[in-house]
Design a protein. Structure first.
Length: 645
């Protein structure tokens, strides 16, 4: 190839492929090296290098050869005289890079030339893939325009610049149709490397599509004068956006809607007539939740942060606003929950008042009946009127709303007292739980998916152990509400035992305490077989207790651990204190009933309860941490404690 032809071809490849010149030069260099190795059958251990001359088209190949006195193999050896000419410091047995004197490129055979062509093509394709990946990785999270290339049942293929991207079915707006050669806006949601071209996933159903469209259409959002706090979206149906003005004097709702609603209408048209609710964000969660349920009116919002259920909001709405607040198939309430991050329960005023009246004679609501008897009579009259399908006046609904507010405040106060008691009990037990238990996520424990779903608000194994010890009854209620199996508590205790056993398996060395002062022996002391007396004037060496590595493998089952020949005197174990509740006392009375009656009445249920109560986590005073204990049937003395698990 002539000089001008080579340079033109080189520049054409660089422009067509949009690759740096250095990348193409490196591909040519590796192609010459591969062709030389193929043509000369050079060993892979022999060093071969190439230099590319773009201007003069005079490429060179350098081969590593050994300096010898007599050359026997010209491909791997070079004479001392020639080596000194190349490198004046060369000596015998040195390795010198020797240039190939003849034009080895023109001498390449057909196979070597084919190898060079394949190497160049492969290196250029790899460079294109890497450049494409880096380019779109930087654009991840952007809104771009693409042209539809093909449409099938599983995905839509689009062309964006030089890249072919994919929009899966789940990332499409339901009900939206796409046509070939149509231009649409898509959101680059994910860019991944693959064995071939980079995998680029785009979306129109992602909630960030709405965020980017708002930034494009609303200058105040782009300039940070208005901030998007959160977005909840069900693509193709409805979306809710919470906005907040970062500068005084700026109307966030007016900025998003635009003059005569032009800005929001452009976004609605882009999203295939999807309904969009723009809601002002408020730092007060009660106000924010009430606005998030718009267009429904709200009578009251009562917030509660439970240890097990998380953040829950009870929303009271007028009777005629209940269906509007819930929305079609619960869509409005569902979007409001996503927007605010709170679990929302919606009740009508009449429903809440009827539920409160059924418990008005029980604590803590009985105090309301004592303090305000006239209110109770009036509420009962309105409820009877409602049940008789008679018209209820607006002021009567206001009376019901005030009554419900008084009831919910009393119930919240009572539940807050119970949570404080539970929290104190957990804090009291927290010091007895090993610290490593709080480093093990609940998701990494060997628990079924149904139980993990019920324990979604508990993060670590240590927190789960606190719930088991301090508030097992409440944990039972959470598991029952999630429709977990009857032996869920037993499965949880066994999983906690596994974590305790695994984490505590490493040998432990108990360091000796420092000696306070030298011990002087003034009188003879009878020698004990397990003790030694230090010389006079020197501090005694305290005994060091070590747990040596066992030579034999641990038993496969806990019951195989041999019991000690003699139980040491004095109390060694003490149970971790639990919070005593009336429900727990009732359950204890039921368990302590005579065996005959229990067996006649419950049958198989007795076996399940016995299984659940056969294990317990107790605090070991010697080890200073919680260990698992198993209760097993003994002799006439009833149940007894087995060895440590």
């Amino acid at each position: 190839m002539a000089k001008s032809e080579f340079l033109l071809a080189f520049n054409e490849i660089a422009d067509l492929r949009k690759l740096p010149r250095e990348t193409i030069i490196e591909a040519l260099r590796q192609a010459l090296v591969s062709a030389y190795r193929r043509d000369m059958r050079a060993s892979s251990a022999q060093r071969v290098e190439a230099e590319i001359d773009i201007i003069g088209n005079q490429h060179k190949i350098f081969v590593e050869k050994e300096v010898v006195t007599e050359v026997k193999d010209d491909n791997t050896e070079v004479s001392l005289e020639k080596a000194i000419f190349i490198d004046p410091d060369a000596k015998l047995d040195d390795m010198v890079m020797v240039p190939i004197e003849t034009n080895i490129v023109q001498r390449f055979g057909r196979i070597a030339a084919q190898t060079a062509k394949q190497v160049i093509s492969q290196k250029i394709r790899d460079a294109e893939r890497n450049q494409l990946y880096e380019e779109f990785k930087e654009r991840e999270g952007e809104l771009v325009s693409g042209q539809v290339q093909s449409v099938n049942a599983s995905h839509v293929t689009l062309m964006i610049d030089r890249a072919e991207v994919t929009m899966p079915r789940k990332e499409q707006i339901p009900g939206e149709r796409y046509h070939q050669h149509e231009k649409i806006r898509v959101y680059i949601s994910e860019v991944k490397k693959s064995t071939r071209d980079p995998q680029i996933i785009v979306s129109r159903a992602n909630k960030n599509v709405l965020r980017r469209l708002l930034e494009y259409e609303v200058p105040e959002i782009y300039n940070k004068q208005v901030e998007i706090k959160s977005i909840a979206r069900e693509a193709g149906h409805r979306s809710k956006v919470a906005v907040f003005a970062t500068q005084p004097g700026v109307d966030p709702l007016g900025a998003c809607v635009g003059p005569r609603g032009m800005r929001i209408q452009n976004i609605v048209k882009e999203l295939n007539d999807e309904k969009i609710d723009v809601i002002p964000w408020d730092a007060d969660n009660s106000v924010f939740i009430a606005k998030a349920l718009s267009p429904a009116r709200v009578s009251g919002v009562y917030l509660e942060q439970d240890i097990d259920q998380g953040k829950t909001a009870l929303v009271i709405v007028p009777d005629d606003q209940l269906s509007l607040a819930i929305g079609r198939e619960g869509q409005n309430a569902r979007l409001a929950a996503k927007l605010t991050g709170w679990r929302i329960d919606i009740k009508s005023v009449t429903e809440a008042a009827m539920g409160a009246m059924t418990q008005i004679d029980e604590p803590p609501l009985n105090k309301i009946a004592i303090d305000t008897p006239d209110t109770i009579v009036e509420v009962q009259r309105i409820i009877d009127k409602k049940r008789a399908d008679r018209a209820v006046m607006p002021e009567e609904y206001t009376t019901l709303a005030r009554f419900v507010q008084l009831v919910e405040q009393r119930l919240l106060e009572q539940r807050e007292v119970g949570r404080s008691r539970r929290k104190k009990a957990m804090d009291k037990i927290r010091s007895t739980v090993p610290l490593y238990m709080f480093q093990v996520p609940v998701r990494e424990m060997n628990l079924p998916e149904m139980i993990l779903s019920a324990l979604k608000n508990i993060e670590t194994a240590g927190d789960l152990m606190l719930h088991v010890q301090a508030d097992s009854e409440k944990l039972h209620e959470v598991l029952r509400a999630a429709k977990a199996d009857d032996d869920a508590m037993t499965i949880i205790e066994e999983a906690l035992e596994d974590v305790l056993r695994t984490k505590a398996a490493a040998p432990v060395v108990i360091a000796p305490e420092p000696a306070a002062a030298p011990l002087v022996v003034e009188a003879p002391i009878a020698a004990a077989p397990a003790a030694s007396i230090a010389p006079v004037g020197e501090p005694p060496t305290p005994p060091v207790e070590t747990i040596e590595d066992e030579e034999e493998a641990p038993p496969a089952f806990i019951d195989d651990i041999p019991l000690p020949a003699k139980i040491p005197e004095g109390p060694r174990m003490r149970k971790v204190p639990k919070v005593v509740t009336p429900e727990a006392v009732a359950q204890q009375d039921a368990v302590s009933a005579p065996e005959g009656d229990d067996e006649d009445q419950d049958g198989d249920k007795k076996g399940k309860k016995g299984k659940e109560r056969s294990r317990e986590l107790v605090f070991d005073e010697d080890l200073g941490q919680v260990v698992a204990k198993r209760k097993r049937k003994g002799g006439r003395g009833g149940f007894g404690w087995s060895g440590d698990e």
